[in-house]
Design a protein around this ligand. Sequence first.
Ligand SMILES: Nc1ncnc2c1ncn2[C@@H]1O[C@H](COP(=O)(O)OP(=O)(O)OP(=O)(O)O)[C@@H](O)[C@H]1O
Ligand SMILES: [Mg+2]
Length: 269
Amino acid sequence: MSDPTLSAEQQIKILQEQLLHTQRLAALGELVGTTTHEFNNVLMTILNYAKMGLRYSDDATREKAFQKILAASQRATQITNSVLGMARNRSQQIEPTSLSTLVEESLILLERELNKYRISVETSLEDVPDVMACGNQIQQVLMNLIINARQAMLEGGRLIIRLEHDSKNQAVNLIVRDFGSGMDPSTLQQIFDPFFTTKQGPDETGKGGTGIGLSSCRDIIEQHGGKIRVESSPGKGTCFTIKLPQVKSKSAGLSDSAKYAPIPSSSVA
Ligand SMILES: Nc1ncnc2c1ncn2[C@@H]1O[C@H](COP(=O)(O)OP(=O)(O)OP(=O)(O)O)[C@@H](O)[C@H]1O
Ligand SMILES: [Mg+2]
């Protein structure tokens, strides 16, 4: 229950924090569901190749079995590391963080879902500086954006995830671009509003339809002193750009001069 001695602003802040926490737990719950299946597939591979190695004693078959077991075990390690990274909550502090690691871990966790919906992912994670960020929160943002992109491409399609160094502003841009439905200007104006959604409800994976995904993304990015920007065109697709301060910057926030170039009318910052 709310505490009557707190101001409305304080109460909103507390509720927002509770919402973020609940979202994190929900995201974790979804992940456990997705990754348990994935983990089971990997275990079946290991089991089958171990049986094959025991059944056939020739070197070539055993060599093949060991290679398959090794590859499957490495994948199992990746899966558990990604889940544990998220479950441990890493640290809640803003600290030097590798965006490419976050992208890779998020993609491992969503790989099965993206394959199922025939989304092909193209990444370009060039060597960029670390950013000052809370890894867990940024992973949450990234996963929200990837799931939105996937949901905008009902027939499947391309998803591009890119990192760019913006040396002028001592920042790194994380770009998530899809070639899905896109949005008309009036939808675009509202997407960061809490509870704004155009979805009928959760899809068969249990995701979407609450309308808090992007509003919490924006809160998180703003708490990092970063910026989130979107450009979209109906029928062509959508591109989200997140700008986060790089490690070397003097303060955690972007300086006043770190403003974007003029944004086209179909974009919202
Ligand atoms: N990549 C995208 N392509 C097209 N429309 C999008 C995209 N991302 C967001 N939207 C639009 O913005 C709305 C708000 O997105 P948001 O993630 O906040 O909520 P949601 O996906 O509807 O529900 P949830 O909070 O469960 O994620 C969506 O309902 C959709 O209309
Ligand atoms: Mg969403």
